[in-house]
Structures are given as structure tokens and as C-alpha cells.
Design a protein around this ligand. Structure first.
Ligand SMILES: C[S@@+](CC[C@H](N)C(=O)[O-])C[C@H]1O[C@@H](n2cnc3c(N)ncnc32)[C@H](O)[C@@H]1O
Length: 338
């Protein structure tokens, strides 16, 4: 039988990509100076149980509690150094050095093929500070492989800024960012094989949506969480579903209000975090406790089944259909139960 020939890199691009042979593209000199994939042996060291599902109140510049090769995904949003109550007034170089110390620790603790996802917004206008570009440069210098970049479109939830510069005039109109970035890297190799007894949990619909490079969902309201800059649970939730297996370990070195930990619990993963501010550690622990409680409260349907009243016709509509972020639904239900 004649095999269908695949497409390959060509000067005019290739329309569909079937068994695509991109050897020529990857052998090009563009790739010469970038970190290369290493095909080493997979190593994974367990985190001591007393350190798992914990937030350490200290700087993540030193994560000595975590063994080398012990974390499967890092997801974080770093402090911005712009005068929030937890920020220091570092120079740009000092700020980059501080973050490099944290990224270096992240590199050490990630398993081979482990992923690092950094949520970051750019700053200022005169001139604009492309923090995301600086972070990419530093991550590459540390040896991380870059997997891609997600544009998080905060859409209608972004603040209705009127800082458009010169109104209806080319004199000096300025761009109003309604997006942030999520930069995605891997340590050493792109692939992480499925370990025995740890399953994928992503649905078909989620996979189709989460593999797109533009994500649209609203930002979180700082006031309702009690932290000046929380990301929505949906952000770590998507990355956890896409990049990890059930039972894996998720690290947030800047844990803030605990959103990454909540997403980890929601998806049956473990978490570990660092947060320098004691008040935020307490806030995160409170929120995690409340979420774990709500998560363990049976839904009305489960309750009726347990009570032996499953014969009642429930119409099948009471239990949330998706395993998505139904935290709010369960919270309201728990509140009603008193
Ligand atoms: C942008 S916030 C993260 C918010 C978090 N993603 C959430 O959803 O709540 C950055 C956090 O990093 C913490 N932080 C600042 N310097 C730190 C350090 N050296 N080590 C650990 N945490 C630090 C701040 O106190 C702040 O809570």
C-alpha cells in the first residue's frame, strides 16, 4: 500500500500539516543559541508528607523544603514591584535579579518535563516596560525551554481606563492594555509521560479551548478576596488541567490569597506554596479550609442518595454537570445549609 506523503517545511509555508516533517526548520541557525531539549532519565523525588499541601511563610528565593525534581507544575503571578503594600522599590535590574533567584529554585525543584507558567502584565506607558519580554529572556538564560505564550484577554472585566492619551488625535494616543500574559516553559524536555496510577482529568471541550493561545475570562475582584492582586481560580485551573495529571504537585512561589492551592484541590492535585506576608498566609489558609469544607459537603443529589431517597425524581439537574469551577455554586449551597 502506498503511504500518503507528509508535508514538510517549505519556502511558501505548507497549507495543512499532515505527518509534517519540520527537520529543516529546527536545524536552521535561528535555533543555534536557544536551550536544547535533553533526553535524560526521568527522576521524581517525593516531597516529605509534612511539607505537602502547605504554605511556607518565607521568601521563595530559597525553597529548601522541596527536594530537587519534586514538583510537576509551577503557576504564579509575581509581585510587580510597583508600590503595592507587599512590593519593594527595587531597580529594574534588582527586580530581575530577585525574580531570577526564584526561577532558579523553580528550575531545581521541577521534575524533568515539569512546566512553569508565569502570569504577568506589562507596566507604564512613558515608556512601556515589557516585563514579559525581560522574564522570557531570563528564563531562557536559566535553561528553560519555551512552550508558548498565552494572551489572557480580561475583556469586559478590565478596568474602564480612560487613559487614552490624546482623545481622537494622533498627537499622542496611548494603548490601554486589556490583556495579561501567561508565559509557559518546560524544564529539560517538552514531554512528560503519564505516570502509572495518575490520570488525565481534562475533558474534550476543555482541551479544545485551553490549547488556544488566547484565553478570555474575567479578572478577580481584589476586594471580594481580600488581597490586592489575586488571579481568578480559573487561571491556575486551566493550566493544571492542561499540563498535569491527577495527584501531581503544583507550586506557587507567590501564593497570595491561595487561588492556585484552591485550583489544585479542586482538581485533586497537591499544592505547595511560599508567601512572605503572614497575613496573606492566614488568608490563604482560611480560604483553603473553607473551600475544602465546601468541596466535601455533599450536593443535594448525593445527600438524597446517601439518605436512601434516590427514588425521588430529581430530574437529574441538580448536580453541577461540569467539573469546572463550580466553587461559587457549592459555596452558596453550603451557606444555605447553615
Ligand atoms: C501578585 S501577588 C500573587 C497573588 C496570587 N496569585 C493570588 O491569586 O492571590 C504576589 C504575592 O507575592 C508575595 N511576595 C512578595 N515577595 C515575596 C517573596 N520574596 N517570597 C514569597 N512571596 C512573596 C506578596 O506578598 C504577594 O502576596
Amino acid at each position: 500500500m502506498r503511504m500518503k506523503r507528509g508535508t514538510k517545511t517549505s519556502s511558501f509555508g505548507s497549507p495543512g500539516r499532515i505527518n509534517h516533517d519540520s527537520t529543516r526548520f529546527y536545524a536552521s541557525r535561528l535555533y543555534e543559541s536557544l536551550p536544547k531539549e535533553e533526553k535524560g532519565k526521568y527522576v521524581e523525588n517525593p516531597i516529605p508528607p509534612e511539607f505537602l499541601d502547605k504554605i511556607f511563610c518565607k521568601s521563595s528565593e530559597n525553597m529548601e523544603e522541596l527536594p530537587d525534581n519534586s514538583v510537576h507544575l509551577m503557576v504564579t503571578s509575581p509581585p510587580y514591584n510597583v508600590g503595592k503594600e507587599y512590593d519593594e522599590d527595587l531597580t529594574l535590574e534588582g527586580y530581575k535579579e530577585f525574580l531570577r533567584r526564584v526561577w532558579q529554585e523553580v528550575y531545581r525543584v521541577l521534575v524533568p518535563g515539569g512546566r512553569a507558567c508565569i502570569n504577568i502584565a506589562n507596566l507604564g506607558r512613558k515608556p512601556y516596560i515589557p516585563l514579559h519580554a525581560f522574564i522570557v529572556e531570563d528564563m531562557l538564560a536559566l535553561g528553560f525551554l519555551m512552550r508558548g505564550e498565552i494572551i489572557w484577554n480580561k475583556a469586559s472585566s478590565s478596568s474602564p481606563s480612560t487613559a487614552w492619551g490624546s482623545w481622537l488625535s494622533a498627537a499622542n494616543p496611548t494603548l490601554r492594555d486589556i490583556h495579561e500574559y501567561i508565559l509557559v516553559f518546560s524544564k529539560g524536555t517538552f514531554t512528560r509521560k503519564k505516570p502509572q496510577n495518575r490520570n488525565n482529568t481534562i475533558s474534550r471541550e476543555e482541551f479544545l479551548e485551553f490549547t488556544k493561545s488566547v484565553w478570555t475570562f474575567p479578572a478577580e475582584q481584589a476586594r471580594s478576596i481580600g488581597h490586592p492582586a489575586p488571579f481568578p481560580v480559573e487561571l491556575p485551573y486551566r493550566l493544571i488541567q492542561l499540563y498535569t495529571y491527577e495527584g501531581d504537585v503544583i507550586l506557587d512561589p507567590f501564593m497570595g490569597s491561595g487561588q492556585a492551592a484552591i485550583a489544585a484541590i479542586k482538581t485533586k492535585r497537591h499544592y505547595v506554596g511560599y508567601e512572605i506576608n503572614e497575613e496573606y498566609v492566614k488568608l490563604a489558609e482560611r480560604r483553603i479550609r473553607r473551600f475544602s469544607y465546601v468541596q466535601s459537603v455533599p450536593t443535594l443529589f448525593d445527600f438524597i442518595v446517601k439518605e436512601g431517597r434516590a427514588d425521588i425524581n430529581m430530574g437529574g439537574s441538580l448536580k453541577p454537570k461540569t467539573e469546572g469551577v463550580d466553587y461559587e455554586i457549592s459555596r452558596k449551597r453550603a451557606r444555605r445549609k447553615g
